[in-house]
Design a protein around this ligand. Structure first.
Ligand code: ATP
Ligand code: MG
Length: 329
């Protein structure tokens, strides 16, 4: 399983050139994922989670562009290879799963044809072996009687099953990294749980690492090894899941955790972080969260650097909470 490469993103900056100037949409994103690890990338809508995924995959649409930083997959910097080499890596060493499985699936093609094409685009293998691998992938994601289902069209599957097929396709070439962009938000909670379980098992078994993008901390809390919290295009807190969840130090992370519905008090009114997320084109000065923050002071008008809470847990905040979180609900 250690044959898989590890992903290291260093100071990734993504910009949009607009009529009103250059908008820095991602500001020095850094993280590291070892084989078989799962990272939850969490934040409110518009915080730059999908942009991070697209930037890594080389799928940004103009006028967006990665303007600096390194995206190291093993010893290759994906920013320094040509378009053809990147195409070879995509769908093979790295795959993306989208919220809408129809971004992956072609409605007029049988599942079998799409799956075999995905394999053949990267590997020369016999038809029999390709079919065998397709069946294995469908089994892995929990699709019953895969022999029959292989010959179906996407519309013949339910939403949850369609997403499983999209995941099976992402798995076909045993990638080093899967970027899953809110792949379960459209599904009901039970099916979400099942699919998360499937992904976690596969990572552990195959050594594939996963970036799981979500706005819902509760989704990744039982699943991820590490959590990166994004706000306004920046990572504001990052560390092992257990540490971030039990001792969230950034006021924004605390707010996110407090706004997760509690199983024990399902009918209680939920906490909401006051205010709304800023536009990336008009970021507040300094710490972008400061206008919404209960701890904000004049010092917050200067952009905070990362400080270490522990050797693995870091955050950008000059007024961190240092005591463990006690939920008073
Ligand atoms: N072509 C573009 N030009 C300018 N800004 C853009 C462009 N595309 C995206 N953005 C901005 O980048 C920001 C981050 O978008 P992104 O889609 O990554 O957010 P997200 O965290 O995935 O949100 P969501 O949870 O809603 O999916 C958004 O505020 C969006 O307005
Ligand atoms: Mg998104």
């Amino acid at each position: 399983m250690n044959a898989h490469a590890h992903l290291r993103v260093e100071n990734l900056v993504t910009e949009f050139v607009t009529r009103h100037g250059v908008v820095r949409a991602l500001d020095e994103i850094s993280f590291e994922l070892h084989p078989g690890q799962i990272m939850g990338l969490v934040g409110e809508s518009g915080s730059g989670k999908s942009l991070t995924g697209f930037s890594i995959m080389g799928l940004l649409d103009p006028p967006g562009r990665v303007s600096s930083g390194r995206i190291m997959l093993g010893n290759k910097d994906l920013r320094l290879i040509n378009a053809e080499q990147l195409r070879q890596i995509r769908g093979n060493r790295m795959a993306m799963i989208f919220q809408d499985p129809m971004m992956t699936l072609n409605p007029v093609m049988k599942i079998s044809v799409q799956m075999i094409e995905t394999i053949r685009a990267h590997r020369q293998i016999s038809n029999t072996q390709a079919i065998d691998e397709c069946l294995q992938a469908l089994k892995m994601v929990g699709i019953a009687s895969p022999e029959e289902r292989l010959n179906a069209y996407p519309h013949q599957f339910s939403g949850g099953m369609r997403q499983r097929v999209a995941i099976a396709i992402a798995l076909l070439n045993k990638p080093d990294v899967i970027i899953a962009d809110e792949p379960t938000t459209a599904l009901d909670v039970t099916i979400q749980g099942q699919i998360l379980g499937v992904i976690q098992n596969i990572c552990r078994q195959t050594g594939t690492s996963v970036i799981w993008i979500t706005h819902d901390l509760s989704v990744v809390s039982g699943l991820a090894d590490q959590i990166s919290v994004m706000y306004a295009g920046r990572i504001v807190e990052q560390g092992p899941s257990a540490s971030v969840l039990s001792q969230p130090a950034h006021p924004y992370t605390r707010g996110l955790i407090r706004s997760v519905p509690s199983v024990n008090h399902p009918h209680e009114r939920l906490y909401q972080i006051p205010g709304t997320a800023p536009s990336l084109a008009l970021l507040p000065m300094g710490c972008a969260f400061n206008p919404r923050c209960e701890r904000s002071s004049l010092e917050c008008l200067k952009k905070p650097d990362f400080t270490d809470l522990s050797p693995t847990h870091k955050l950008r905040c000059v007024h961190p909470y240092l005591e463990p979180l006690e939920l008073t609900r």
